[in-house]
Design a protein around this ligand. Structure first.
Ligand SMILES: [Fe+2]
Length: 433
């Protein structure tokens, strides 16, 4: 990348803690995890020297200190003394390279997992509109197809191995309403697995959540997509969709009762403020309480009005502070423990000023999500993904709203501001050593 006006080339001896630098080499040519960093201590300067780096770019607007003055008068600078140990043989540099090589291996593994997940997601998503339309039309075969699809997804959470919930990049289309149902199913199965549901409960849960809003097919799209506040009559009309949904699936002879209960009760609230029957916690099925949580989360993140959409971090905070009377608190806590504080789809700013997108999480290990780093020096198809633990002493400074992100950042991440997920499982034997 060319030097920008605000960057200044300085000698390594001019570094001191507080200076923000960019390294000249590409990410694959130096042993450090980041191309840009703020110097925190003398040890980092020593490591840069040991790696044979003699000059860096100083970025004044991100620095807390000024570079040290050069010792030699201009024009009389002597070449840097030859290091006693060549850079590539220095133990510190060797260790840094080893850490980075391990990181690159893990990166390759994650990319392969994501590729498989995306392929699987596309294959699944393609079938959803047809399945839904046929179920609305009363097809018994379509219900069987939905059950097969859900059983496969549930297996990815139940079977032995690590499950990864990945952020999927999708374009909003007319059929997006169906994708939200699939999204809610993925999240419900994740939560059901965390809550220890049996395999048969998991299958009923996934099916019920996939079809939870099927009753909306009987409501005019103009009302469903209305961004302005709804009239009382329109609200009443929308409140009929759980009952409509039950009527639709009742056309299928052996539709599971537990799944039908989810369709009927997914808008009931634990404090009795929900609809259609104003049930309280004990009288709402546990599966429907899961459905309510994932439905609220999906609606907050993927609101039909983009101006009202929250990032996943904000959505969880909002649910915890504002909706906990209506939601099952025990399940909500488990939901947050599965997705982590910064769920996939959250864009964050790290304490070194770097912007990152959370791209996946293992619900069994939610404190270590994977992040993709925004670095215009690296082509987006080679973007660096790291795990939270790789950030060492870096912290997440804040989460960023989609509307506040520069267009080039969204383009780099292929990020539409939506939080759509799918699951991929890495079985024990599939992991690289
Ligand atoms: Fe609904």
């Amino acid at each position: 990348m060319a030097t920008t006006e605000s960057e200044k080339r300085i000698k390594i001896d001019q570094l001191r803690p507080g200076i923000f630098i960019r390294l000249q080499a590409s990410w694959f040519e130096h042993p450090f995890l980041f191309n840009s960093l703020k110097i925190k201590n003398l040890g980092q300067i020593e490591a840069l020297k040991k790696a044979g780096i003699t000059e860096v770019f100083y970025i004044p607007q991100k620095s807390d200190s000024l570079p040290l003055p050069l010792n030699e008068p201009p024009g009389k600078a002597s070449p840097p003394p030859k290091p006693a140990t060549p850079p590539q043989e220095d133990p510190v540099v060797k260790l840094l390279w080893q850490i980075k090589k391990d990181r690159m291996e893990k990166l390759k593994e994650n990319q392969e997992n994501l590729r498989k997940c995306t392929k699987d997601y596309n294959a699944t998503v393609k079938d959803i509109p047809d399945i839904m339309e046929k179920i609305i039309g009363g097809s018994q075969e379509a219900v069987s197809n939905a059950r097969t699809l859900i059983a496969k997804m549930a297996g990815k959470f139940i079977n032995k191995g690590d499950s990864f919930v990945h952020l999927m990049a999708i374009k909003e289309t007319e059929e997006s309403i169906y994708y939200h149902s699939l999204n809610a199913s993925v999240l419900a199965l994740m939560l059901g697995a965390k809550a220890g549901f049996s395999p048969s409960e998991m299958r009923d849960l996934g099916l019920g959540v996939l079809l939870h809003d099927i009753g909306k097919s009987r409501i005019d799209n103009k009302v469903l997509k209305k961004v302005e506040p709804l009239s009382k009559a329109e609200q009443n009309l929308i409140r009929l969709h759980p009952q409509y949904g039950v009527e639709i699936v009742a056309k299928s002879n052996d539709f599971p009762k537990n799944a039908a209960m989810i369709i009927l009760q997914h808008h009931e609230q634990c404090d009795g403020s929900g609809y259609p029957q104003h049930r309280t916690r004990e009288k709402i099925s546990k599966l429907a309480r899961v459905a309510n949580i994932v439905n609220v989360y999906d609606n907050l993140c993927n609101n039909i009005d983009p101006a009202k959409a929250m990032n996943p971090y904000q959505a969880l905070s909002y649910m915890y502070s504002r909706c906990k009377k209506g939601l099952d608190l025990e399940l909500l806590t488990l939901f947050i423990r599965s997705l982590g504080v910064y769920p996939p789809g959250t864009v964050v700013m790290l304490s070194n000023g770097i912007i990152a997108l959370i791209v996946s999480v293992n619900p069994q290990n939610p404190m270590k999500p994977s992040l993709m780093l925004y670095d215009p020096d690296i082509p987006k198809n080679e973007a660096v993904a790291v795990e939270m633990e790789d950030l060492m002493d870096l912290t997440v400074e804040k989460s960023l709203r989609f509307e506040d992100l520069p267009a080039e950042v969204c383009d780099y991440f292929n990020y539409s501001g939506k939080a759509n997920y799918f699951v991929e499982q890495v079985k024990e034997g599939d992991k690289s050593a």
